[in-house]
Design a protein around this ligand. Structure first.
Ligand code: NAD
Length: 314
């Protein structure tokens, strides 16, 4: 199994690479790419951790050598938020980075599973889909936007409130920006009032901003994101190794009648998404949140598609 991290020297990339070095199955390869010159050093540093995971670092302007033979590509490359910024403010910086990196993925490892962490995820995944389509290698089952941090946060807030719940399951649907993030706390056995549900939804929607403000200009979520990306990556690895019934949540194409891309539960298989799962029942408070955010989600999807089509036409 070969896992590649694009953006490996960054705030997310480094702790994610550390966790992967420690937790990928024995015999795996881990390739770290980042234009930052320190990337080879990050790989050397990690290589001193005793595990049967081979790690190599790549820098320069071309990620092709890192991507050769990749099974899974995780992308936390690009600019992160500072206080006062919305995820959408990152579009103009990160759209070009994602286009370039996904073009290399499509050419070098067209069968790899690609998981995009870079924000705004709602627009970056449609950009990636357009790039892969133009290269003739797009398979919606293999492309994911990472929303596993929203799931982890929802579970964590649930644990903070309910000491008797061991492993809460809180599906998060919609997208990964502000109002488009809709956690379904009604799925937790505990009964919440309408007011509590509204407050919990708002807390998860604002959790990223809470971290950005607390870090006071030094970046956004990195450590919990690294954990959430590890968790998602290990699910992809287990599914690729043939384990059945691996349930995950991610932002993918298909499965929702009113948005081309949507975060939702799914079963994973060796080729990526094996089956999109139903997330009903949905409480009326949650349904109102979904209905209310769909125009925003669709606008962010369209922004990505338009950007990619314009660039690809030139
Ligand atoms: P960071 O600035 O610390 O690291 C980004 C890294 O990307 C840097 O090392 C940089 O050199 C590298 N990079 C820049 N251009 C590149 C390119 N062309 N190819 C490969 N690497 C390149 O940022 P971070 O805190 O690690 O965040 C990375 C991204 O993840 C941001 O866009 C952030 O908004 C996003 N994020 C997503 C979630 C989520 O839930 N999906 C959560 C937190 C952060």
């Amino acid at each position: 199994m070969k896992v590649v991290v694009l953006g490996a020297a960054g705030g997310i990339g480094q702790p994610l690479s550390l966790l992967l070095k420690m937790q990928l199955p024995a015999g795996s390869e881990l390739a770290l790419y980042d234009p930052a010159p320190m990337t080879r050093g990050v790989a050397v540093d990690l290589s001193h951790i005793p595990s049967r995971v081979q790690v190599a670092g790549f820098t320069g302007r071309d990620p092709s050598a890192a991507l050769a033979g990749a099974d899974i590509v995780l992308i936390p490359a690009g600019i992160a938020r500072k206080p006062g910024m919305e995820r959408s403010d990152l579009f103009k910086f990160n759209a070009g980075i994602i286009m370039d990196l996904v073009q290399h993925c499509g050419r070098v490892c067209p069968k790899a599973l690609i998981a995009i962490i870079t924000n705004p995820v709602n627009s970056m995944v449609p950009i990636a889909a357009e790039v892969l389509t133009q290269l003739g290698v797009y398979d919606p089952r293999r492309l994911f936007g990472l929303t596993s941090l929203d799931v982890a946060r929802s579970e964590s807030f649930c644990l903070d409130m309910n000491r008797e719940v061991d492993a809460p399951v809180v599906p998060v649907v919609g997208g990964h920006s502000g109002l488009t993030i809709v956690p379904l706390f009604s799925h937790v056995a505990e009964h919440y009032t309408d007011e509590q549900l509204r407050a919990l939804i708002a807390r998860v929607q604002q959790a990223g901003t809470e971290v950005v403000e607390a870090k006071a200009g030094a970046g956004s979520a990195t450590l919990a994101m690294a954990y959430a990306a590890l968790r998602f990556c290990l699910s992809l690895v287990r599914a690729k190794q043939g384990e059945a019934d691996i349930r995950e949540y991610a932002y993918i194409e298909g499965g929702h009648p009113q948005a081309r891309f949507f975060s939702q539960p799914m079963l994973l298989g060796p080729d990526g998404v094996a089956q999109v799962l139903d997330y009903s029942p949905v409480h009326s408070v949650e349904q109102a949140a979904i209905d209310g955010m769909l125009p925003t989600l669709n606008q962010e999807i369209q922004q990505g598609i338009d950007y990619a089509r314009n660039v690809l036409q030139d």
